[in-house]
Design a protein around this ligand. Structure first.
Ligand code: ADP
Length: 162
């Protein structure tokens, strides 16, 4: 049976922190599906399709990685794509508390699915999409927090919010 993991998030935008967790998890799984979760009632900063294209660009040479989008519960998406693992990154104690509750509830909803956590690298602990978004909104240079292949100019284009 193929070991398939889903890495869910909003990735608004995708950062070096996300990239690092995924690359480090690659030896553990046959396939990792990066699932961009969205809520049609909530506005994001960057359009969904743009976020998807950017992530695809990062992993264009990695056939083990797929990118999908989904509105709904992560466990339902896992069932749909036959994934038995949910991959998450842990930065801080606050992340842990939040992730613990979600992981335990997900397990109650589908006991066949395990959540796997990887600790973030120390140099990525302070990086969050929220902070990176704030830098970009004010036209600051956030390139050190974004995957190296990204063209930073694209991140200053008119986002969804305006
Ligand atoms: P969510 O809105 O679900 O938190 P994010 O896009 O912010 O979505 O994050 C997706 C996953 O990536 C989460 O498991 C989060 O803990 C992890 N993550 C976010 N930033 C980092 C980082 N700097 N280092 C490691 N993991 C991270």
């Amino acid at each position: 049976m193929k070991r398939i993991a889903v890495f869910p998030g909003s990735f608004d935008p995708f950062t070096v922190g996300h990239e690092s967790i995924i690359r480090r998890a690659l030896p553990m799984f046959d396939e990792i599906i990066i699932m961009i979760g969205y809520n049609s009632n909530k506005r994001s900063y960057y359009p969904l399709d743009k976020r998807k294209d950017w992530i695809k660009q990062v992993f264009q040479d990695v056939p083990q990685i797929k990118v999908g989008k989904f509105e709904g519960l992560t466990v339902d998406y896992c069932q749909k794509v036959h994934a038995r693992y949910i991959l998450r990154g842990l930065r801080t104690a606050a992340d842990f508390e939040y992730e613990r509750a979600i992981g335990q509830i997900n397990k109650k909803m589908n006991e066949d699915i395990e959540t796997v956590f990887l600790l973030t690298l120390p140099e990525h602990t302070a990086i969050s999409s929220t902070i990176v978004r704030d830098i970009l909104r004010h036209r600051g240079d956030a390139s050190q927090f974004l995957p190296a292949c990204f063209n930073i100019d694209e991140f200053y284009d008119e986002p969804d919010e305006f």
